[in-house]
Write a protein that binds this ligand. Structure first.
Ligand SMILES: Cc1ncc(COP(=O)(O)O)c(C=O)c1O
Length: 423
């Protein structure tokens, strides 16, 4: 036998990732089938007018061939038209919008376009896990700034707005090597919508220090409190901002892998150049369908319906925490809710497999819930560094973008947790 092949360090995972641990737990659970509220994929289809557009795109010769690297003109125009009123000025679809293969590849392209070995990128903890490898691939160094949880989060219901930034910590994290900062609003997993004041302070710090702002706004149509887009706060801030969007999140189609970046031409040019090298261009028929989604959204009252429907799911699902007297952090946007499980007592001798036994308490809670009640949720310390994992170890993240009947089944099963909850 020859010597084993040696993977590059950038892809040689150090720990088993959370998604495979949760899947293994699900497979091992006696409660089959489990109710999966872990990963943030939708349990239902995009609306009919968008599905119809996708199907008819497949019948068109040009929709089955390469698209321009920066995206199909129809989609860029549809996005520029949809976002211009929100920006308060006309966006140029040719120079200020570029299409990517999902938001994730859009962010990778942004980092590949601007980060060089040793450049620093600030991200808030907890973070969407894909940022890490996307920043590290071009050699970026990540500097973490925690979002501080509500002080009473373990004993009473709180609002996601109570997860706060310590601006002294943020300023201290900025060095001459700071090239970019990543903001995520509405936030995954916290559900926080950053306030206008917070964004203005962050934006002004970036202007002062010439830091590029990557604003991940993939949940931008799901906000339950006023939502501010940092790019719109001042021309100086806009000059430094790349805003990230996702047709997957907007149109309930995470598998379509269509995303975009909006920003000033000198930022878009280089992110688009990186995108061309990473994947050349993005999926043609689904870009066409996403264009129709934007063109026809208002006529179908889609954005308003999407918001009302998701908020309804969120509120109905969260009734269970009131019933069980487990505190949750009420989200201001998106479709994730963080629930504090400090009061859940896992038996001391409970058998955990090795991949869970040496992880923080939330991994054990997640495993326990899957085995004992058959509901899967994500342990949020996956979205923290080891040093700050203690901040998240009593919480679990539930995704409510599921059929109502699934949410009701989850609630029914979660009632079985009662016997493990300390009064
Ligand atoms: C905060 C955040 N950003 C980006 C993404 C990725 O979006 P896409 O599926 O369009 O790549 C996700 C997906 O879960 C997310 O939660």
């Amino acid at each position: 036998m020859g010597a084993p092949v040696k993977p590059a360090a950038r892809v040689a995972a150090r720990k088993q990732d959370v998604w495979s641990i949760v899947n293994e737990a699900a497979a091992a659970s006696p409660k089959q089938p489990i109710v999966n509220m872990g990963q943030g994929f939708f349990g239902y289809n995009p609306p009919e007018f968008i599905l119809k557009a996708a199907k008819s795109a497949l019948d068109r010769v040009d929709c089955n061939q390469y698209s321009p690297t920066k995206g199909r003109p129809r989609l860029k125009k549809a996005i520029a038209d949809a976002y211009s009123p929100l920006w308060g000025r006309q966006l140029n679809p040719e120079t200020e919008v570029t299409i990517t293969t999902g938001a994730n590849e859009g962010m990778l392209s942004a980092f590949m376009g601007f980060i060089e070995e040793g450049d620093e990128v600030i991200i808030f903890e907890p973070f969407f896990d894909q940022y890490i490898s996307n920043i590290e691939m071009p050699g970026g160094k990540i500097v973490y700034v925690p979002l501080h949880p509500p002080p009473k989060g373990a004993t009473e219901n709180t609002s996601a707005s109570e997860w706060t930034i310590d601006f002294a910590e943020l300023e201290a994290a900025i060095t001459p090597r700071t090239k970019m900062i990543v903001i995520n609003t509405p936030h995954n997993p916290v559900g926080k919508v950053f306030s206008r004041e917070e964004l203005l302070r962050i934006g002004n710090l970036c202007v002062k220090n010439n830091i590029i702002i990557l604003s991940d706004e993939v949940y931008d149509r799901l906000f339950y409190t006023p939502f501010t887009r940092i790019a719109t706060l001042s021309p100086e801030i806009e000059r430094l901002t790349l805003t990230v969007g996702s047709a997957g999140k907007n149109f309930y189609a995470t598998g379509w892998r269509v995303g975009w970046l909006i920003g000033p031409p000198d930022l878009i040019t280089y992110a688009a150049a990186a995108h061309t090298r990473i994947c050349y261009s993005s999926v043609s028929p689904l870009q066409e369908a996403a264009a129709v989604g934007f063109e026809e959204a208002d006529a179908n009252n889609f954005w308003e319906n999407a918001k009302v429907e998701m908020k309804g799911k969120m509120d109905r699902f969260n009734e269970i925490w009131k019933e069980l007297d487990l505190p949750f952090s009420d989200p201001e946007g998106g479709y994730f809710v963080l629930v504090n499980m400090k009061k859940v007592k896992v038996p001391a001798d409970y058998p955990f497999p090795p991949q869970v036994a040496d992880r923080p308490r939330d991994f054990k809670l997640s495993w326990f819930l899957i085995q004992e009640v058959g509901v899967a949720a994500i342990p949020p310390t996956e979205f923290y560094t080891d040093a700050n994992a203690h901040i998240g170890e009593d919480w679990l993240r539930f995704a409510v973008c599921k059929e109502d009947e699934v949410l009701e089944r989850a609630k029914e099963r979660l009632r079985e947790l009662k016997k493990y909850i300390e009064a």
